[in-house]
Design a protein around this ligand. Sequence first.
Ligand SMILES: C[S@@+](CC[C@H](N)C(=O)[O-])C[C@H]1O[C@@H](n2cnc3c(N)ncnc32)[C@H](O)[C@@H]1O
Length: 408
Amino acid sequence: MNYAMMIKEYRDKALLSQQDLAAILNVSIVSVNRWENGHHEPTIKAKRKLKELFVQSGMKNEDYSDEAEYIELKECKINNRRYLGNKYKLLPFIKSVVNEHCSDIDSIIDIFSGTGAVSSAFWNLKITTNDILYSNYISNLAWFSPEEIDKTKLKRIIASYNSYSKRERNYMTDNFANTYFSYEDCSKIGYIREDIENKFKKKIINERERAVLITSLLYAMDHIAKTCGHYDAFIQNAKFTEHLELCYPDVPLNNNSGNLCFNEDSNELIRRIKADLVYIDPPYNSRQYCDAYHLLENVARWQKPTVEGVARKMDRKGLKSKYCTNSAVQAFEDLIDNINAKYILLSYNNMAKKGNGRSNAKLDDVDIMRILSQKGKVMVFSQNYKAFTTGKSDIQDNEERLFLCICK
Ligand SMILES: C[S@@+](CC[C@H](N)C(=O)[O-])C[C@H]1O[C@@H](n2cnc3c(N)ncnc32)[C@H](O)[C@@H]1O
């Protein structure tokens, strides 16, 4: 059922404002607005109530047999995962700078997209995402690809994964049992990941459906992993009190048909693509994302490599970022030089000379301003923000800045 259209039709018929309907359903007006513009689906509870209202008002009900709604599954949103440097909390700041200072924007490139949080704030535009990590590419594909998906089928598959209760040996139990996850959860993760690949090979699911299922698994793993948010280490002798439960990622069903997702090095890709706005959110310091998220990357790729060390890391050659090294300035200059856009928006903090060695930002303001100014007029906006620290450093006055360049 197309809830966006049905809600609008119902409101027109019943002469109700979005506010009135929100009050009847006991939800916020923002929720009603999002359902009606098709960006989000109503919750199961809201759907049940809506159906009653539709029937009462005499609207046609031939579509009401949507089985997906009756499969009881938790739903998850794009921000329901932990990710270093994700900008979800900064979206109002980022949106306000773009709304106030950029005009005629139809397309955006999120060239270091990570979770895709920033792209999700520009859902009405043609979105291009890119990340060097395959695990992020897969999640981006789930959230932004225009490929059609069968929600009922996916929910049915996820519900069947949740009911898995065997204790079978597999790649995950052999390499990760009782580290980040219990033996049982490793068995479940290994089974699910293998099954997703089999279903894809047999063409039971398409590319985006595969991405939605892998995303669901990655989010569920992240939710219970015995870590402090990244996989450089696991908590020793942890009690595995929470167990793997997959949710349904509430991915939009009507993404822009021009959306594209890439899994490439930013500096190579930028030479081939263009957009009205290029948003740049590179790593700020020497912490390599492939080190922090090796396990999610391993499961997303599913090539079953050997792993080593206490943290059980796979080989990560080819995934290391220049932006975490002393070549960051050179890489940044090359990137900016090759951008074809009306506006460039850079997120970067002010930690170039604060924090401990690992937390020091790799680009300083002199370099940022010199490089961006070659491309156009630069404006800087700032907001206080909590720094990520492992507890070794005492970082104060951490500011998240946005550098907006209006290109010549
Ligand atoms: C600060 S995070 C981006 C966070 C993102 N804006 C969000 O809100 O989730 C930087 C991202 O850049 C990616 N990355 C690092 N070097 C890259 C490169 N050379 N090309 C593409 N992606 C890269 C990392 O994998 C990481 O996901």
